[in-house]
Write a protein that binds this ligand. Structure first.
Ligand code: CTP
Length: 403
């Protein structure tokens, strides 16, 4: 239910604007107080009077209106609600939001929205060719990366005669998305520390030892933990994936730097997930000049790096903080994971066989086992995002148990 919740709805100019009317009614039926803002083009499809009559509140139609509408104001409209919903959001409005333009009331509301603190949902609706246009797709990626939640359009017959993706989801689905955005977040008030990506161990100013980790898995866990309401710190090695919105990122290069940053923070964490592919060894000597090649073989002497996971496992008291490690194996992942679980004193080892198809470094999917003292649960091949969510669900259960 949405009793007492304030939902502010921005309507843009598309045929799907008629669905916004039914959405208002359903939101109100669920107990919400709704206010509406409209672009000029939206008013060509549905009159402001319709929304005004339904909501018993003035409809915001212009940025610079004198009188009553100024009393609401686009800034207050953006900042005084529990959920801000753009439905339908046209390709043009999506572009304005992605690029920070504010030349009408709805785009200025988007600019003033406290994304990250208040859920901002964008429900695009447009012709299939416009939806598939690389510019639209790039704009979608931009707004998603900045923390706006995009509700993907349905596929089907469109008003323009085309068949394909672009239809605004039905009002029931829009209301369900609003409810989900307001659902209790199980990690609210918890601190989660995550390590991700590779480390680089320098040989000389031009060369280093590293591995094929891209950080995708750990970054997906960080995004899931933020969605669950946690304060997330992500200590990561050199990666190219973007830091998820709302995450405190600490960039490091070497294993020893990662070790230092984790040791400074682990004791205040409620849960720690170490997904980083930390180099076990580093060159004993780092040359201050580029090493010149010689005829014949060359020998590099390597020394052990600190094992961050094992150190935290040994230092924690009982099962606090909850500790999750990763194991990337080529064969017998469960056996090795069981050993690691005990040896590094973890609550969960996420074990994967990096040699399996669709699993391991650089892929978007992974095939993992969740190995705990209770047993090994094989998960089906799925996206790293979905696996991140499963790990966060595990943290939530363990923290709620107080084990
Ligand atoms: N890890 C760590 N510090 C290290 C090495 C590994 O924190 N110096 C963590 C990784 O982040 C991961 C887990 O330990 O969570 C992976 O361990 P792995 O390197 O596979 O384990 P090892 O015990 O080094 O494996 P093996 O004994 O098979 O070499």
């Amino acid at each position: 239910m949405l009793t007492g919740r304030k939902i502010h709805l921005c309507v843009c100019g598309g045929i799907a604007a008629y669905k916004a009317v039914e959405t208002v009614r359903l939101l109100q039926k669920a107990g919400a107080q709704v206010q509406v803002a409209m672009t000029a083009n939206a008013q060509a499809f549905v009159g402001p009077m319709t929304f005004q009559a339904l909501t018993h509140a003035p409809v915001l139609t212009r940025t610079l209106d004198p009188g009553e509408e100024m009393a609401i104001g686009h800034i207050a409209f953006a900042q005084s609600c529990d959920v801000l919903l753009f439905a339908p959001c046209t390709a043009n409005m999506l572009g304005k939001i992605a690029h920070g333009l504010g030349d009408d009331v709805v785009s200025t509301i988007a600019l003033a929205a406290p994304v990250g603190r208040t859920p901002v949902l964008i429900a695009p609706a447009m012709n299939t060719a416009m939806w598939e246009n690389p510019a639209t797709q790039a704009n979608l990626a931009l707004v998603s990366a900045r923390g706006y939640r995009v509700l993907l359009p349905d596929a089907g017959a469109l008003a323009c005669g085309a068949v394909g993706p672009g239809r605004l989801p039905e009002p029931e689905a829009l209301v369900a998305a609003v409810m989900e955005a307001l659902a209790p977040r199980p990690l609210t008030g918890r601190r989660v520390l995550i390590t991700a990506g590779p480390t680089r161990e320098p040989i000389d100013p031009a060369r280093f030892l590293s591995n094929a980790s891209t950080g995708k898995a750990g970054f997906a866990i960080a995004a899931a933990a933020v969605r669950a309401g946690a304060a997330v710190t992500l200590v990561h090695g050199p990666v190219t994936v973007p830091v998820p919105p709302g995450v405190e990122a600490v960039a490091v290069t070497t294993a020893r730097e990662m070790h230092r940053e984790v040791m400074a923070r682990w004791a205040v964490a409620d849960a720690i997930v170490m997904s980083a592919a930390v180099a076990d060894y580093r060159p004993a000597e780092v040359f201050d000049h580029k090493v010149k090649k010689l005829d014949g073989p060359m020998t590099l002497t390597l020394v052990r790096n600190p094992d961050i996971l094992a150190e935290v496992g040994a230092a924690r008291t009982g099962a606090h903080p909850v500790l999750v490690g990763f194991a990337a194996e080529t064969g017998h992942p469960v056996e090795y994971a069981r050993d690691k679980l005990v040896r590094k004193r973890c609550d969960l080892i996420v074990a994967n066989d990096v040699s399996a198809p669709g699993a391991g470094f650089g892929t978007d999917t992974n095939l993992v086992y969740l190995v705990t003292a209770e047993g090994a649960e094989p998960l089906p091949l799925q996206s790293k995002e979905a696996i991140g969510q499963r790990i966060v669900d595990f943290l939530a259960v363990r923290l709620a148990d107080g084990r």
